[in-house]
Design a protein around this ligand. Structure first.
Ligand code: PEP
Ligand code: MG
Length: 579
């Protein structure tokens, strides 16, 4: 039995067999080999080139001659690369010089070439980057061969164990069979963790080297409540966890009974509890769990996992589905937040050096106005179907808000001229996710209808800690005094200008932070849907005076550790069974 500690990313417990995914699609972890194994790896490279070439020649011969033309050109380009001796030499030289496995060398060299191609201005050459990725995939398939596991055709329950997952891969999982996720990379607010939470799949991230210890089929326990994984559990541990599973589902049943009751403190203050969603079908979960609407629809998920951008009609259909599922409850549509760790298929091949500081979010939209307008047209057209609000992500200054609003008004005028209906009174709000926005919140509040504090990014940018990087994950905390001061001042600025302010970062889904947020003056929390009942239960167990006292105490503390342990003990006293 082996126990490893990571970060609890999605609550729940899974006891299952491991399904080890060796490569994320075709991204390969760096694997070193002993110097004595290098010749074997070089031989593997040669064999992979030989087999891939033979496969291509066979494929080419099998083509229907009447449809030759373009397909023939593609085969010719691929074959030319595969027969290029200097390319093969570069790969085998890397294996030799750095003592790395064949897969890693193939991936490194081909990705370097692809990146170079995509940066070339000439369209013909830059388009060849996609061919290089194709060749890489083909070679890796030959190299990984039977070791590669297929997650898309499962017939029994498994626990995924892997180095890293993309948000889109996680979202594509079949919930019937994937009972838990353990990844070596990632942080608590990485988008993969967020998606796992939304889907109700227990997950532990930041395990560093777990994937290297596990073999396919090994029994594992993933404890998403405590953030640990157990490989090969003994009988005693297994029965302890089976007992936890029973208790956990009893707690869920008990919380189900407060579904119809309001999220109201003991002294009668009503709190609005909303859900965060990535996909339209999650809106049902929000309503089933007793949520008051959608506080954050991450619409960029419409763009992931597909070759072309969604059309206006596809946007519209997705929004219509959410609005209808919410049955008159409000829906906040966040305009696309692409970039950083969420890429369209095209952009994932052209990585930026510092993507979280790069062309992301509203910046990306303001540089791609046609795409932005397509979305805004669909949003406005959908506004006739039910109450919606629009929210711009990652605003850093007034200028960006003004530009985005100007484009929004342009789209309204276009629709008006075309005789298309839309609601004239759609509220336009912004996310406060950067220290810059928090510091100029007062000015922003004059021109925004509401604020939603995105604590995931606000924490990342305030502390200069990448939210998805396991190497610095222990430094990431939304209750660092610096982050809390920013939250407090944003709430005060919003109140002063009489605009609504809520929190939609993962902090709002954490039972231990509820009292603090209420004490800071927050009355709207938007969270991962499965957490709505638990957060409601806490709200119903406290008074606003309790919460104010907690906030006063916390703001007087100057260490994150002290704050965390104080908040944990308060929450545990209120709801011991959740911890
Ligand atoms: C946030 O940053 O807190 C947020 C809610 O946005 P996302 O997690 O999608 O970046
Ligand atoms: Mg964000």
């Amino acid at each position: 039995m082996e126990i490893k500690k990571g970060i609890a990313a999605s609550p729940g417990i899974c006891i299952s067999e491991a399904l080890v995914i060796d490569s994320e699609e075709y991204r390969i972890p760096r694997r070193s080999v002993k110097p004595s194994q290098r010749m074997g790896e070089i031989l593997r490279v040669r064999n992979a080139f030989r087999d891939a070439t033979a496969e291509l020649i066979e494929l080419e011969a099998a083509q229907d001659p009447s449809r030759a033309g373009k397909i023939k050109d593609i085969f010719a380009v691929h074959l030319r690369f595969l027969k290029d001796r200097s390319l093969r030499k570069e790969i085998t030289d890397l294996v030799y010089a750095k003592s790395v496995a064949a897969e890693f060398a193939v991936s490194t060299v081909l990705r370097k070439i692809a990146t170079h191609f995509s940066s070339v201005k000439d369209a013909y050459i830059s388009e060849r980057a996609a061919d290089i990725y194709d060749i890489e995939r083909r070679l890796l398939r030959h190299l990984l061969g039977e070791r590669r596991e297929d997650v898309n055709h499962l017939s029994q329950e498994v626990a995924i164990v892997t180095r890293e997952l993309s948000p889109t891969q996680t979202a594509g999982f079949d919930k019937r069979f994937i009972r838990g996720i353990a990844t070596d990379a990632g942080g608590r607010t990485s988008h993969t963790a967020i998606v796992a939470r939304s889907m109700g799949i227990p997950a532990v991230v930041a395990l560093e080297d777990f994937v290297e210890l596990v073999r396919p089929g090994d029994p594992v326990i993933i404890d998403g409540n405590r953030g640990i994984v157990i490989l090969d559990p003994n009988e005693e541990t297994l029965s302890e966890y089976r007992r936890h599973l029973v208790e956990f589902s009893a707690l869920e049943d008990r919380l189900g009974t407060i579904r119809e009751k309001p999220a109201e403190t003991r002294d009668g203050v009503r709190v609005t509890l909303l859900g965060n969603i990535e996909f339209p079908d999650e809106s049902h979960v929000v309503i089933d769990k007793g949520g008051d609407g959608i506080g954050l629809y991450r619409t960029e998920f419409l763009y992931l996992n597909r070759e072309n951008d969604p059309t206006e009609e596809e946007h519209y259909e997705a929004y219509a589905e959410v609005i209808q599922a919410c049955q008159g409850k409000p829906v906040t549509l966040r305009t696309v937040d692409l970039g950083a760790d969420k890429h369209t298929q095209n952009r994932r091949f052209a990585p930026e050096p510092n993507p979280f500081l790069g062309l992301r979010s509203i910046r990306y939209c303001l540089q791609n106005i046609r795409m932005f307008k397509t979305q805004l047209r669909a949003v406005l057209r959908a506004s006739t179907l039910g109450p919606i609000k629009v929210m711009f992500p990652l605003i850093t200054n007034l200028q960006e808000l003004r530009q985005a609003k100007l484009i929004f008004r342009d789209v309204m005028e276009d629709l008006h001229e075309e005789g298309l209906a839309y609601a004239k009174d759609v509220q336009v709000g912004i996310m406060i996710e950067t220290p810059s926005a928090a510091l100029v919140a007062s000015a922003l509040a004059r021109e925004a209808d509401f604020f939603s504090i995105g604590t995931n990014d606000l924490t990342q940018y305030t502390l200069a800690v990448d939210r998805g990087n396991e190497l610095v994950s222990t430094l990431y905390s939304p209750v660092e005094p610096s982050v809390l001061r920013l939250i407090r001042s944003v709430v005060q600025d919003a109140h002063r200008h009489q605009i609504a302010v809520g929190v939609c970062g993962e902090m709002a889904s954490e039972p231990e932070y509820v009292m603090l947020l209420l004490g800071l003056g927050i009355r709207t929390l938007s969270m991962t849907p499965p957490m709505i009942p638990e957060i409601k239960q806490i709200i119903r167990s406290v008074t606003t005076e309790d919460c104010n006292r907690v906030a006063r105490k916390v703001l007087a503390m100057d260490s994150e550790r002290q704050i965390t342990s104080f908040l944990r003990s308060r929450a545990r006293a209120i709801m011991p069974e959740a911890f």
